[in-house]
Write a protein that binds this ligand. Structure first.
Ligand code: SAH
Length: 482
């Protein structure tokens, strides 16, 4: 025996409203809220309001609803398939509910459960797909919370995809035998090339892809998404990244991507660390490129998860070239790059009116040799400079910039583990920057930001960058462990 599942006292159904009239009685906020909800459908709205608020009047005009500007009378309800008693006045709502019932019309009275024949759901609308959430009137706040979460999970283009599916229904039934073949077609349709083309707004291409799927005998080819995982905090991922993670068959991730983000994938997705931390390359870039191509050929849906933004110091260029050469479909999903996360942690304006209007992303690994790279010239002319992978070249960067004429007291901000709970912030001047290399208390990724705009940051909870000053601030007790 199954255990007793509590029974629903209100059963969800989808009511056909096309070409039908829905009556709303009321002239204020409650009526407007219901009108807005119902206008997500193609029902004709008839709003019975002797005195309508200015907002409601505007809405009626803008949305082409019928306005009956007369004192309420039972005859106003005739012919409607639903009635909303939304006057905000208890007596009137009771009368409307009783009249509706007498005429055999289902009624909903706003905020009066006892008068309701039905409840309105919180709605996720991807017409023709709808997800209705009901709590039997117990928790509108709960229903809205659930609504928001489901909304995030579903692609904004799901409705267009479903509309396209309708137009392929007949063909699929005609050409594909019922059972596995037809199911596979639809599964590839909703998660493969047609879905991706729709998401990119390319309707004709989606149509072609679906037509090809209908006649193809092989499994659809795979797809690689190069996805930005953001700087580390698991809620700095984009909704698109999260959706792709949940769809992926396999997730390839770099060392800097935290476990919590990788764990957002489907539980049965395969997860492969491809490493690439300084000093311990678990796979070479060439190996990663060919692995991606191979997985694509096997028909896998792959998420290639890269820290920050995939196009910023992520070697995405090489991976995209390999995929292009092999004819494997791929897409790029941007992410929050480390410089933005570090700036946010420091409340540091990267551009500042009247102070700096350009921003440089660099590595500092190109400072060898005699000529100064262009970014250093930009720094000298006042740009804000964000240095990636800059810890081991901190002295070189500071030295060369000062040599070239950047003031030694130019402000510098450093963030280790930006966006994460255990981040550390440091501030100082260009003259202090070399000490970064000597610190052995930093093990996480480090972002360095240099420039006059840094002076506008918030230095609360930030430590001095120079080790000497740090020791001065927290004097060591000599001899304790000697
Ligand atoms: N594609 C990534 C950058 C990869 S290069 C992005 O867009 O952010 C790796 C460098 O990024 C690290 O050496 C460090 O300088 C920086 N970085 C990445 N995550 C960071 C974090 N949480 N805090 C500080 N720096 C970070």
């Amino acid at each position: 025996m199954a255990h007793d599942t509590p029974k629903l006292n209100a059963f969800p159904v989808f009511l056909r409203v096309e070409g039908k009239t829905v009556a709303i009685v009321g002239g204020g906020e409650e009526a407007l809220a219901k009108a807005r909800l119902l206008s997500q459908s193609s029902a004709r709205l008839s709003i019975i309001a002797h005195q309508a608020s200015a907002d409601l009047l505007d809405w009626i005009t803008a949305n082409g609803a019928v306005h009956i500007a007369a004192p309420y009378a039972p005859a106003h309800l005739a012919g409607s398939i639903m009635v909303f008693a939304a006057s905000g006045e208890e007596d009137l709502d009771r009368r409307v509910a009783a009249d509706a019932r007498r005429q055999g019309i289902a009624v909903n009275a706003v905020d009066r459960l006892d008068l309701c024949d039905f409840f309105t759901p919180a709605l996720v609308n991807r017409a023709p797909v709808a997800i209705a959430i009901g709590t039997e009137g117990a928790g509108p706040v709960l229903a809205q919370m659930i609504r928001a979460r489901i909304d995030q999970l579903l692609s904004p283009s799901l409705g267009s995809l479903a509309t396209l599916a309708v137009s392929f229904r007949h063909a699929a039934e005609r050409l594909l035998p019922k059972g596995a073949a037809r199911r596979r077609f639809w599964s590839d349709f909703f998660s493969g090339a047609p879905a991706r083309a729709i998401a990119a707004g390319r309707l004709a291409e989606a149509h072609d892809a679906a037509s090809r799927l209908l006649v193809s005998t092989t499994r659809s080819t795979g797809h690689i998404a190069l996805v930005g995982a953001g700087p580390g905090a698991e809620d700095l991922l984009t909704l698109r990244a999260q959706r792709l993670l949940m769809d992926a068959d396999i997730i390839l991730y770099d060392a800097l991507v935290p476990e919590a983000v990788v764990a957002m994938g489907r539980r049965d997705a395969e997860r492969v660390s491809v490493g690439k931390r300084k000093g311990c390359h678990s796979k070479t870039q060439a190996e990663i490129n060919s692995l991606l191509v191979e997985l694509g050929r096997e028909g896998k849906r792959v998420v290639r998860l890269k820290s920050g933004d995939p196009l910023v110091f992520g070697r995405a260029g090489e991976e995209m070239a390999a995929l292009r050469d092999a004819g494997i479909s791929y897409e790029v999903v941007p992410g929050v790059t480390a410089a933005f996360a570090a700036a946010a942690d420091f409340e540091l304006p990267l551009t500042l009116r009247g102070v700096t209007s350009s921003l440089v992303f660099t590595t500092g690994h190109d400072l060898k040799g005699n000529s100064l790279p262009d970014w250093a010239k930009l720094a000298i002319s006042g740009a804000t400079v964000a240095v990636y992978m800059g810890r081991s070249v901190a002295a070189e960067v500071a030295g060369r910039l000062m040599e070239a004429g950047l003031a030694s007291d130019t402000a510098v901000a450093v963030v280790e583990n930006a966006s994460l709970g255990h981040r550390r912030k440091f501030h100082g001047t260009l003259a202090d920057l070399p000490s970064l290399e000597a610190r052995n208390d930093l093990s996480g990724p480090v972002m360095t930001i240099i420039g006059d705009a840094v002076a506008g940051a918030n230095f609360e909870h930030s430590e001095p960058l120079a080790l000497g000053k740090l020791q001065h601030a927290h004097p060591r007790i000599e001899g304790v462990d000697a």
